[in-house]
Write a protein that binds this ligand. Sequence first.
Ligand SMILES: Cc1cc2nc3c(=O)[nH]c(=O)nc-3n(C[C@H](O)[C@H](O)[C@H](O)COP(=O)(O)O)c2cc1C
Length: 196
Amino acid sequence: MDFAELVMHRRTVRRFEDTPVDRSVLEGIARLAQRTPSAGFSQGQRLVIVTDPKQRRRVAETCGESGYDEAGFGRWISECAAQFIPCVSEGIYHRRYQEPDKLDDDGSEIDWPTPYWWVDIGKTSMVLMLAAHDAGLAAGFAGPQDVPALKAVLGLPDEFHPVGVIPVGRPLPDKRSPSLKRGWLPLGEFAHWERW
Ligand SMILES: Cc1cc2nc3c(=O)[nH]c(=O)nc-3n(C[C@H](O)[C@H](O)[C@H](O)COP(=O)(O)O)c2cc1C
């Protein structure tokens, strides 16, 4: 698919067929998501990919799936082909930036202008969602409501933080988010030329 078309047609989908997708397709999505840049090439981003139905239900409950179901969205977090959970370790960035080529002149770790670990895992998530769309599938994004529970379900090493659960699968008609009524900002409000 043409890149502009891919970006313009992607949307957050909240209903999927509960049918499997070939592991090679899921791996292809993971491979593209891995190819996102990271500050200092720290590569602090990781993915957990969940296909087992019981495990998907456990993961979905940490994102409040019952509440979505009661609100008419259905079980869109557990009923899918696979859940991709992007995780990031802030510690990996600190360790990378304590290596000699990254130290300040006075030998100390930089004063982080921005927490780049959050920047990088956001990029990973976006490439992942676009890769799913490009593979003829769709993706959603559910924020975890109980991070410790999600970490326990996934057996994450303590230093990794799961930023969301991205269900991926063949799309079905879904209930649209009421947030969309806000509409897109005009381009002129988003993009400023030469200076703000
Ligand atoms: C960081 C982030 C967190 C989000 N969390 C949720 C969520 O918890 N539940 C949900 O239904 N949608 C969630 N969304 C989806 C947004 O509501 C959605 O991206 C936005 O309304 C724009 O719609 P679109 O992706 O279809 O263009 C999240 C999106 C992002 C980027």
